[in-house]
Structures are given as C-alpha cells and as structure tokens.
Design a protein around this ligand. Structure first.
Ligand code: SF4
Ligand code: SF4
Length: 418
C-alpha cells in the first residue's frame, strides 16, 4: 500500500452518503486547513465533509458522479503545506469515554460504510431500544473479484481494524466480536489472528464464494442466524461493519482524524503499475491512474468499485469518494458487448440469487414499470450483487433494473409518508 502524493487540487463531491445532502459552509477563497469542515450534515442520516488538505476553496462546480449523473463538488486548491485543522480532540484513552461521546465523534468525523454502501456509521450504531444487539461482525470478506484494498489493510494495519472494532463494541455494549475473512486471504487471516486476542475479536475464515460479503450472507456464515426477508441485521441482534470503516473509527476516535482518505485498489491488465493506494477523497480517477503509471492500452471498460457491484465510468473527471474501493480496468475480452435480449426463462438467475428472489420475472415487472408488483416480489431485498446479470444468457441488465426499482419504490414510500 502506497501513500498518494499531495495533489495541487482536489475536487470533493459534497453528497457522499446515503441520506440527506450535507450543507456547504465555506465560500470561494476561504482559507482552509486539512480536515476542516466543508459541509455539515443535512440531518441525522447524513455526515459532514472535510477538506482533504490545507489551502483555499476554489470553485463550486458540477462534475460527473460515479453513477453518471452530474453532482455538485467543491475544488480545494492545495497550499502544499498540509497544515492540520486539529479541531477533533484525540481520545487516546477512549476506554474511559462514554459510548455517546464516542458515537458523536464518529458522526463528527464523517464516517460512512466504506465497503460500498456509504451509510452513515453513527446511524448504524444507533439501533432502536427494542432491538437488542449482542454481536458485532467485521466484514473482511472482500468477495468482489479484483479488489484487495481491505486485504492489504488487514495485513498491514490489523491493530487499526481491531481497535476500531473494540471501540464500536463499546458503543454497542456487545462482547461477541467476530471478523469474517474469506479463506483465500491467508496473510490477512494470519495478521488479524496474531493481534485479535488483545481486542477479544474472533477471526472466522469463510468459504470463498460470491457474495460472501453481503451483510445477510456474512451474518449467516458467521452466526448461523437468518435475517428475515425485508429485515435488517439488527433484527437478528447483529451489526456489521466493514474493516476499513473500523480502521477509520479508530483514527477518528484515538487520533482525532476525520475521514479524508481511503485505500483504493487500482487494477487491470491495462494498468502499468497496479496496486493499492491511500488516496485522499476528491482525487480524480485520471490522477489515480496517472500515479499508477498510466495505462498501456485503451481498456474495454473502467469501473469504479468492483466488477460485480461497481459503476462503469465514462469520464475520468469523476473523483474518489469515501466508498470508492477500487478502480478496475477490464479488457475488451473481459466484458460482454452483446445486446440485451428477451428473457428465455432459463432460470439461471433464480439459481444464483443469494436473496432467493426471482430476478427474471422481477425484471419484466420493472420493464413494464409495475413497481407495486415488483415491491410485492421483494425487489427491495436485492443486494445488487450482480450475480444474476453475470449468468444471464440473454445479457439482460438485471441489476440496473433492480437499482431503478429500488429507487422508485423508495421515492414512493417517501411520498406516502410526507
Ligand atoms: S443482483 Fe440479482 S442475484 Fe443479486 S440479489 Fe439482486 S436479484 Fe439477486
Ligand atoms: S437468466 Fe436471464 S434469460 Fe434466464 S430467466 Fe433469468 S433473466 Fe431470463
């Protein structure tokens, strides 16, 4: 894992979390320190955004977001000194801090699920009183092909991950702490095992299969508990945290560091020097590839995230966010260039769906815009793992259909509540 050098400019996307949009509190030409607040949370389900370095506020602009839709972003012009803000007091004695203080620190540091979901971590650590949590599971499965940022983190900084888990366990008041790691990461398992007893964490090697890192699949693999359809991990007494999120929790609490950087895998045959980098949030994909030695030839597809759940990118102006786990360049012979055809009812998608839903029929409901029926057929249980799309002989864009269905159903639910 290498530290990316300081760039002259970062372009920080302002809405990086699931939930409410943060509110900008700085203006052009304001002088900034590294880690200073740029935007405050827009509600409880929201997180602040911090400056990746010291310098000056540049333009508020629109850039392509990871999903292709234009998003608001703020330019940060570096002064080269990287002077820290230091407004979050470090808690080296966190064992003596009250759980609520620790939870507030996690919120103030802008921490979200770094495995991909970008759900605010402090919200996940605030289950309703009727949900008794007795188990914390660290997600070190990293089951998406090509990605190994979490694996390198566990090998190189196991104590950061484990201490973060201990902090989360203190907030939740739980004693059972597990870390699920796929068995194809023996170095990570060994590194974590060596330090685990100090933090009372049980390391659980997992069978290698996709999507082992899905929350419900992980809970079942580690505890044998089955999360009901439409339910959440808290319904079976569990909270799941990605290992990178746990390390970010440790840094926020013990070192007073807001979430302004993350480890991202840059890989693919076309990349000159593939590897894992610690990039600051707001680094453009073009810069990440340049630092990796550039590309040897034009790839078939550039994906932000993993090849199964990530988003294909048209522009290298997209910038890294808190949940950007990888930049994957696929060759032309690694991607499907076939045109989507009608469902032939072969049932392969049903065989592979880890959530036991019916992707083929569901996709037809979405095509005919019958979102009410799609909801009845459990569209909301789809974890967007992409397994159905991967096996479909008709090359149907199944996961894209379900992302659309979930957005529509969520919008209808919000409208019904208001
Ligand atoms: S993406 Fe497909 S296989 Fe994966 S959970 Fe959703 S419907 Fe099932
Ligand atoms: S795999 Fe494709 S063709 Fe086969 S049933 Fe599913 S959607 Fe239809």
């Amino acid at each position: 894992m290498k530290d990316a050098p300081l760039l002259e400019k970062y372009t920080v996307i302002l809405h990086q979390n699931i939930g409410a949009r943060p509110e900008l509190i700085v203006k052009k030409d304001d002088i900034l320190r590294k880690g200073q607040l740029l935007a405050t949370p827009g509600g409880f389900v929201s997180v602040p955004v911090h400056s990746p370095t010291s310098g000056r506020v540049g333009a508020l602009c629109e850039i392509p977001g990871p999903s292709g839709v234009k998003v608001q972003a703020l330019e940060i012009l570096s002064d080269g000194s990287d002077l820290p803000d230091n407004s979050l007091e470090p808690f080296p004695d966190w064992e003596n801090q009250a759980p609520d203080i620790l939870k507030k620190r996690i919120a103030d540091a802008g921490i979200v699920g770094m495995g991909g979901a970008a759900f605010p971590t402090h919200v996940k650590l605030s289950p309703p009183p009727d949900k008794k949590i007795d188990t914390l599971i660290l997600n070190g499965a990293e089951c998406e092909p090509y990605l190994n940022a979490d694996c390198r983190l566990m090998i190189e900084r196991p104590e950061a991950v484990l201490e973060g888990a201990a902090i989360v366990a203190r907030i939740l008041g739980v004693k059972n702490i597990f870390a699920g790691i796929e068995a194809n990461k023996p170095e990570a398992i060994a590194a974590m095992k060596e330090k685990a007893s100090k933090y009372n964490v049980n390391i659980v090697p997992l069978r290698v299969r996709y999507p082992q890192g899905g929350e419900k699949q992980l809970i079942y693999a580690v505890t044998g508990r089955k999360t009901p359809a439409g339910g959440l991990p808290m319904d079976v007494g569990c909270v799941v945290q990605n290992v990178a999120t746990a390390a970010a929790v440790m840094e926020a609490v013990k070192e007073g560091k807001p979430l302004i950087e993350r480890i991202t895998t840059v890989t693919g045959n076309a990349v000159v020097n593939p590897g894992n980098w610690r990039f600051r949030i707001g680094t453009p994909l073009s810069k990440a590839l340049e630092l990796s030695g550039g590309v040897k030839y034009s790839p078939g597809k550039i994906i932000l995230g993993g090849p199964m759940m990530g988003f294909a990118q048209k522009s290298l102006d997209v910038t890294l966010m808190k949940n950007s786990s990888g930049i994957v360049l696929l060759d032309r012979d690694e991607i499907s260039l076939f045109t989507s055809q009608a469902c032939i009812r072969c049932g392969r998608c049903i065989d592979v769906c880890p959530m036991n839903i019916l992707p083929g029929p569901l996709s037809v409901m979405v095509e005919s815009e019958d979102f009410g029926l799609a909801e009845q057929y459990h569209a909301m249980d789809c974890i967007e793992c992409g397994s159905c799309s991967y096996v479909c002989p008709s090359f149907r864009p199944l996961v894209q259909h379900f992302r659309r269905a979930k957005a529509e159903i969520n919008a209808r639910r919000r409208k019904a509540k208001s």
